[in-house]
Design a binder for this molecule. Structure first.
Ligand SMILES: [Zn+2]
Length: 270
């Protein structure tokens, strides 16, 4: 190789590094409603759908956090959660019955949480994460009481910054008779990916390029076919997948830095 070629290779290398550094964005993958097996939870006989979903994440070597509906763990499905955990992914709590805090009071909600706490002992990973079903955080006193409960039980609330709204597209797929699903899958998948692509653009506008995003998808039939392509879409847009723990840590650091800068401005203006 000539000196010129070596120098050229060096330049390209520097340019690529610079480009990837400048454009790298971060995202954490979170998957709600585990353990999913059939078209609906609690259905036996379709373990492949769960393993298909996990395999697509595994093949792309990205971190992930799953959120369990404790009351939907059917007989024999604890093994699926163990398998998920053994792959190095995190597991958080998503209530016992997928209860909605915008519809019930704190007392009923906390009774449900107590049940999930008990069921998920030894299943959850650390730090302990909690995701509100329907992202419903409640209002007023109910909201505060539940937040205090979560805090007292060492839960970190897992927010969402990009909602894939995958349940809409999954609903379309489930509405198709199973005999015709395969032929309809590609079209629905295309619409789904186009929608996520738009959601990413919106989030970037809203949060700026530095802010790590937290993506919400569900363990469902659609994602058992599309999870890999969702991850690839992010990667093609320059995203690197990080753990939820890292995303939350970076978000906190950025908030603190912003707060500090604000205080400094206020100080110099005095
Ligand atoms: Zn859910």
């Amino acid at each position: 190789m000539s000196k010129f070629h070596i120098a050229l290779k060096g330049l390209i290398f520097i340019a690529v590094c610079h480009l990837s550094y400048a454009q790298e964005r971060l995202v954490a993958l979170t998957i709600d409603d585990l353990p999913f097996v059939g078209p609906v939870n609690n259905q036996k006989g379709d373990i492949n759908r769960f393993t298909q979903l996990v395999t697509q994440i595994d093949e792309r070597q990205v971190p992930a956090t799953g959120f369990i509906i404790a009351g939907s763990i059917a007989k024999g499905q604890d093994e699926l959660l163990t398998y998920f955990k053994q792959k190095g992914y995190s597991l958080g709590n998503h209530t016992y019955t997928h209860i909605n805090l915008n519809r019930v009071g704190a007392t009923r909600y906390i009774a449900d949480l107590d049940k999930s706490e008990e069921r998920l002992q030894g299943v959850l990973t650390y730090p302990k994460y909690f995701r509100y079903p329907y992202l419903a955080e409640g209002r007023g006193n109910d909201k505060q009481v539940v937040q205090e409960y979560l805090q007292n039980h060492d839960y970190v609330i897992a927010p969402v910054t990009i909602d894939s709204k995958d349940y809409k597209f999954n609903g379309r797929l489930l509405a198709v008779n199973w005999k015709h699903r395969e032929e309809r899958l590609e079209g629905i998948k295309k619409d789904y990916l186009t929608y996520i692509d738009k959601q990413i653009t919106e989030a970037e506008k809203l949060h700026g390029p530095e802010r790590p995003e937290i993506l919400l998808v569900h363990a469902n039939l659609l994602n058992s076919h599309a999870m890999g392509e969702v991850i690839d879409l992010f990667k093609n847009r320059g995203y690197r997948f990080i753990s939820l723990e890292e995303a939350l840590r970076l978000q906190k650091e950025q908030d603190l830095a912003k707060e500090k800068a604000k205080n400094q401005v206020a100080y110099t203006q005095e």
